[in-house]
Design a protein around this ligand. Structure first.
Ligand SMILES: Cc1ncc(COP(=O)(O)O)c(C=O)c1O
Length: 386
């Protein structure tokens, strides 16, 4: 049996009800959303999506007491971030972000920069932290939007969102959070933090299938954003213009309904299991892996060397090994799955000191067992000894 330590890329295995719900939708549900009649299957699909919007709004502390209209579904956090950033920023506006961001933030911002948006990238420290004081200093100059990830996909460092949100509220700068790594492990409360938009992906710690994700909007901010895509919504079909009403405004085209069925089952599983319990379990595994890695000769760990204030995502290099070769050895000799390279985050690797060579990322998940962590440590110990 292989050992899967690549949960920061996508969690695996998924809870059993996820695949079952997708199968059931395709085999017996299967209607399109808002493109049918009032047949039972059409209503079932409408209820599935409506209920899921409510679950998401409740999970992330959505606005207006969790009004489901302010939840948009997308194919993942990449699409969610593109909708928000390209929908809001116009030439002449000033966007601010950090040096720890994933390319799903950096690339849309670089594109917007070519169109006249001014971009500031605040450098985080070598553990991946943004100092809130640096943000406060930057905000002495005008800014129109600040976007950052709740936690790093390289070294798991968790940002101080409370402090950052307070500064953004004081300065009236819309704050957009990329919750790709934190959603499902850390509770988020978008409305109480005053987030302009919280962008999430369904297939990581939320335990859902790939191809799911979305945005939780602050109503006034959603109003200011233009939709990235326009087309059929199943509503107001007599109108040639995209509806302004949410959720239709940002949801043109047939949604990923089998994916949303699985995502809904994943959120039910998570609610039963409890986010706190999932996090605690991952921390136990993370602690075991971290302490083991620290005791191995030749291992250079990037980011924090403590478990506190981080998620169980570890990035390292082993002396004498290229990280791609290390990943190959682990996969071929020990059936251990991990991800080498740059992890779609070149600026973050520069910040941590692992650019351009990259590093190996080990990310345990809820379903890993202690023996699997030990097997990985044993494998690295053996490679180190050669
Ligand atoms: C911090 C962060 N942002 C964005 C993404 C992109 O996620 P997706 O591919 O699901 O859109 C990832 C995925 O690795 C991530 O870790």
């Amino acid at each position: 049996m292989s050992v899967y330590l690549n949960n920061a890329a996508t969690t695996w295995p998924k809870p059993e009800p996820v695949a079952r719900a997708m199968f059931d939708f395709l085999s017996s549900g299967g209607a399109n959303l808002g493109r049918g009649s009032t047949a039972g299957r059409d209503l079932k699909t409408a209820n599935l999506v409506g209920d899921l919007r409510q679950k998401v709004a409740r999970l992330f502390g959505g606005y207006e007491n969790g009004d489901p209209r302010y939840v948009t579904f997308t194919s993942g956090v990449t699409e969610a971030l593109n909708i928000v950033l390209k929908g809001y920023l116009r030439p002449g506006m000033r966007a601010v972000t950090t040096s720890m961001e994933h390319n799903s933030v950096i690339r849309p911002l670089r594109r917007l920069e070519t169109q006249g948006v001014e971009l500031t990238i605040l450098r985080c420290d070598e553990k991946g932290h943004l100092d809130p004081a640096a943000l406060r200093r930057r905000f002495q100059e005008p800014a129109d939007l600040f976007v950052l990830a709740g936690a790093s996909n390289l070294c798991g460092t968790i940002q101080d969102l409370e402090a950052i949100a307070e500064i953004c509220r004081e300065r009236k700068v819309p704050l957009v959070v990329d919750a790709a790594q934190t959603a499902g492990l850390i509770p988020h409360d978008a409305a109480s933090l005053g987030l302009a938009a919280l962008c999430f992906t369904g297939h990581k710690a939320l335990q859902g299938p790939q191809g799911t994700g979305g945005v939780v909007w602050r109503p006034d901010f959603a109003e200011k954003c233009l939709p990235l895509m326009e087309g059929g919504t199943g509503s107001r079909s007599h109108e040639e213009n995209q509806p302004e009403l949410l959720p239709d405004k940002f949801e043109a085209g047939t949604p990923n309904l089998p994916g949303l069925s699985g995502f809904s089952a994943a959120l039910d599983w998570l609610a039963t299991e409890g986010i706190d319990r999932v996090r605690r379990r991952e921390e136990v595994l993370g602690e075991r892996l971290l302490e083991g890695l620290k005791s191995l000769p030749g291992v250079r760990l990037y980011g924090s060397s403590e478990m506190e204030g981080r998620l169980p995502v570890f990035t390292l290099n082993l002396e004498g090994f290229d990280n791609n070769d290390l990943a190959r050895e682990l996969a071929q000799r020990w059936e251990i799955e991990a991800r080498p390279g740059i992890h779609c985050a070149p600026l973050a690797h520069q910040t941590l000191g692992s650019f351009p060579q990259g590093a190996l990322r080990l990310s345990p998940g809820y379903f890993n067992r202690e023996e699997e962590i030990d097997r990985c440590l044993e494998a690295i110990r053996e490679l180190a000894s050669h």
